[in-house]
Design a protein around this ligand. Structure first.
Ligand code: PLP
Length: 399
């Protein structure tokens, strides 16, 4: 190489030539632009005939790594990462339903998705109808009446962990000419694979279990390429693709997802059984409990467990909640979920805040309902923290 001025060397020196010998774990490609060998290369990569990166917003190598992992885990032809779970949900739903069309959605929908449907979609002229996803006759009625483009459900609902019968819902949607889109954030592909049960698209908030450490904001959707590729193009247009570092963290989360989901599920079953024995607790919601309304369905369709979310109602309502939460020692109030540490949330003021109190209570989310995201600590330590805080509450309730 000819000698060059240090000003020039500063700009060009130390260039990474890829491939070196392969790294054993994917490196972070923190680059927003990429070089092309010649114009034929530009033509081929832009035209999608050759694999290659174009520009940061179009998605980089780390996003591709993560997407291919999710596609394989979901048994999907294609997957696309997004800047958040909401971006993935919007990309999925908005490509399927246009102004004048209808969406039939679960009434147990995540609060952010509810606001998206109510504020943006309804205002854009899309009809939105809510149904009880557990009531298949009601679902079929709504589908026959509305003839929607999409049936949108959640695999495990928030916060009561109802279990969707995905095969039956897929059949009902397809009989009515609709696509089934499933938010499987609480389950992850380690516990359920909605596409194998007939769903058309599956979406995740990746910052929950898939990321797993409370340090990623990301989303992903997976399904047939004919549905995923228009969603990818939309995310590129909107500038809502998955950034490199988040993609890298998300893939690192995938590496331990199977282990974590097994531990979350086993711990949650242990914690749920312990809470069900507590006098200050009126009801506990987790599909592992025989009293759970979809216990049999969960046992048949979730052989590896039903995840780490356990909700329970304190008999003393909001007053008890206000005394219980500060008495917890290691369990922090966190309004996200799916992290390695056990955390707790109060849905009435967080996820279900957009709903009028009457509607929220009608969904079974009362003033005493708390949602635990059971972590991967030793189950006995989680139970000890909860029972200690509940014991204090019991004394006050009886006094
Ligand atoms: N779906 C479910 C079930 C969620 O719990 C959340 C977030 O809490 C979302 C979607 C939205 O994901 P994000 O916050 O990554 O946009």
């Amino acid at each position: 190489m000819p000698e060059r001025h240090r000003d020039t060397a500063g700009v060009h020196a130390g260039k990474l030539v890829v491939p070196l010998n392969a790294a054993s774990s994917p490196p972070l490609y923190q680059a927003s632009s990429y070089e092309f060998e010649d114009l034929a290369d530009v033509e081929q990569i832009y035209g999608g005939r050759k694999a290659g990166a174009v520009y940061g917003r179009f998605g980089g190598p780390n996003a591709r790594h993560f997407e291919s992992a999710i596609a394989e885990l979901e048994g999907a032809e294609a997957a696309v990462g997004a800047a958040s779970g909401m971006a993935a949900i919007d990309a999925a739903l908005s490509r399927l339903a246009r102004p004048g069309d209808a969406i039939v959605a679960t009434r147990e929908i995540y609060g952010g998705s509810y606001v998206l449907l109510e504020k943006d979609y309804r205002e854009a002229g899309i009809r939105i109808v809510y149904v009880d996803q557990q009531d298949l006759a009601a679902v079929r009625d709504a589908l026959a009446r509305e003839r929607p483009k999409v049936l949108y459900v959640e695999a495990l609902t928030n916060p009561l962990v109802h279990v969707a019968d995905l095969r039956a819902l897929a059949d009902a949607a397809h009989d009515a000419g609709a696509s089934l889109v499933v938010d499987a954030t609480f389950a992850t592909p380690m516990l359920v694979r909605p596409l194998a049960l007939g769903a058309d698209l599956v979406v995740h908030s990746v910052g929950k279990y898939i990321g797993g450490h409370g340090d990623v904001g990301a989303g992903v959707l997976a399904g047939r390429a004919e549905l995923v590729e228009p969603a990818r193009a939309y995310l590129v247009r909107k500038g809502a693709t998955l950034p490199h570092f988040e993609a890298w963290l998300a893939l690192r989360g995938v590496r331990t997802l199977a282990l974590r989901m097994a531990r979350h599920s086993a711990n949650a079953a242990h914690v749920a059984a312990a809470l069900a024995r507590e006098p200050a607790v009126a009801v506990v919601h987790h599909p592992s409990l025989p009293a759970h309304p979809q216990h049999a369905l969960a046992a048949a369709s979730y052989p590896d467990g039903t995840g780490g979310i356990v909700s329970f109602d304190l008999r003393g309502g909001r007053d008890a909640v206000e005394r219980f939460l500060p008495a917890l020692e290691s369990i922090a109030i966190v309004h996200s979920l799916g992290e390695v540490a056990t955390t707790i949330a109060y849905p009435a003021v967080s996820s279900h805040r957009p709903l009028p109190a009457e509607e929220r209570r009608a969904l079974g989310v009362g003033d005493g309902t708390l949602r635990l995201s059971v972590g991967i600590e030793r189950a006995e330590d989680i139970v000890a923290d909860l029972t200690r805080a509940l014991a204090g509450l019991g004394e006050r309730v009886e006094a």
